[in-house]
Design a protein around this ligand. Sequence first.
Ligand code: HDE
Length: 710
Amino acid sequence: MAGKSRANNKGAEAQVPTGDVRTVTGMGGETHQLASGDLPTLTSDQGVAIADNQNQLKAGPRGPVLLEDFHYREKIFRFDHERIPERVVHARGYGAHGTFELSESLSEYTTARVLTEVGEKVPMFVRFSTVLGNKGSRDLARDVRGFAVKFYTQEGNWDIVANNIPVFFIQDAIKFPDLIHAGKPAPDREWPQAQTAHDNFWDYISLTPESMHMIMWTMSDRTLPRSFRFMEGFGVHSFRLIDAEGRSTFVKFHFKPKLGLQSVLWNEAVKISGNDPDFHRRDLWDSIENGAFPQWDLGVQLFDEEQAASFDFDHLDSTKIVPEEIVPVRKIGTFTLDRLVDNFFHETEQVAFCTQNIVPGIAFSDDPLLHGRNFSYLDTQLKRLGSPNFTHIPINAPRVPVNNYHQDGHMNMRNPKGRVNYEPNSWGQGPRENPETGYKHYPAHVEGQKLKVRSDTFSDHYSQARLFYISQTPIEQKHIGDALTFELSKCERLDIRQRMVAHLRNIDEGLANTVAIGLRLPAMPEPAPAAQPTRTDLPASDALSIVKRKNASFEGRKIGILVADGTDAKLVTGLTAAIEAEKALFEIIAPHVGGAILNDGTLLEARQKIDGGPSVLYDAVAVLLSAEGATKLARDAAAQDFVRDAFGHLKFIAYTEASKPLFAKGGILEADFDGGFVELAKAKDAKAFVTACRDVRYWAREMEVDLDAD
Ligand code: HDE
């Protein structure tokens, strides 16, 4: 072999498409792809054409490599610097472009054009995220979801950096680093990743009573969304709208998904995480690519100072909601996500949201968490993107002219033109202030001593936690109890478990009892000392429950159809037609991805092989096996899991009589076929199945499949 060299490029060779790329074989046997047709010539960053992208420059075929190879050095230098610091929180995110259209003008309350011009289309970008996990963690961690929105308005960029939960853990921004440190992996061991089920988190929480309302939300199914498309968004803080006369009205922003709300179960989330860590991003990508554009209504809660003073809580406290029953949410417009990113890094990774990005006609309230955020978001972009010029990156650049005298800095793209870079100047050049159209701060009257204190009006930590809990259906309450029991069971220290149960006693004795029994605490702890007694007379708010807000349709959900050789072709056609009529989706799962030969001899291609398409990836399943297929699949562990999990996760299940041997092997016997099962004897039975699926889950089954239900 002396004197010969071979590039290890077999993979590249195998993938070379024919037609628009010509390939030649080099002296070492390596493949070079030559530009032809529409394909451009490969160049260096300096624009110099590259002849060989497979071999370093060497002294002789086996000789030492030469530093002179500037192409090699540039390529590796660029590669070495590809990573930028990931976000300290919300590192794992996924974004898409869209458009907002206003349907009801708020001109009575604000001058902000984005909220007054009905029918005007405003481009926007949305980034969804988990909070605690790193960039490479999984989508279905139990976690709060970020829902950050950037509107490119004609008056500049407006960001609502929202979450899928309307309250937050803490009342003052100075606590944020401690909260996040406690939630993230412990500094010595660097685990656990992307979860709160550990001592540090619950230690901090149990010492922070103001977090109790948020804890009720995070332990509910809200932190296990089925997909981004089925999540609400909340701006959390009160903001102000300012009208032409300078009058202020408080506002809270809401995003309501057109497809309704939906979550997965905990056991399902755990299994989805293993099967498809990208479950949410894939879902968003697929929906937009298939033209099923997700939509949200933009809603506002509007109230004035006087009304705010009448609330029995302080709306400046981010651990409180303004119940929709007190101030209804007015839907004023809709946004649609209809365009995928061209490049994840360019857009989703480099997008920089800042709570301080507001436009004339919108102002801040005095919420101390909001003001803390206003500093943090700008500061963090400098660290992450490396330069104050991050607004020059296209995803962050406003779609209106930017004129100012800011200059220089790393990666500048936009220094002022001409001689003048200051103001005032007498050169008759450069931009000037505009007192008419320029942003005016709301002249709120402020007086007081400088103090590091918290207002007494922020001191009721339990009433709204209780409000959330009592507003849930029994099944949702059970999930909160299960989640608390699970998370606290991961705490090694008994005193932390006890301290949490002591707080729960101030929220709901029944819940405290369930968790104490679930943890088998040696004794019930005394209730935690509370600055204010919990209000037990607050009426339940149906808007806080997912299950009470039932969907009218199964649109946008996905049914997994398990087939094998011999499956009845007419059943498949009938079912897929009924699914399409509902605007739902389906995937065919079979023992071989190449497909199954149906009873009429046709080959039905599969999207998934059985062990790549477990039932946790679907909202409902259909098991359409022939006797031959059922006998074969009954021996397969993945197929057994498919039916066992669909049953355990309370899914609606369509089946053929012949499939029963597989169910039996999955532990589902004749007596278990409950109201969530629909037999497909004939193609026309499919409609009844799809209609049943609108309930999303057969909740009654939970009592049969869960020990904690006893
Ligand atoms: Fe954030 N948060 N946050 N946060 N937050 C960040 O900014 C911060 C809070 C939220 O997709 C960081 O650009 C402080 C509430 C979202 O790019 C950072 C406090 C809400 C995103 C930061 C809060 C949020 C972030 C990290 C307490 C819901 C992702 C990267 C006062 C209303 C945005 C970045 C994206 C990101 C700070 C609390 C939502 C460090 C100090 C409350 C959706 O600046």
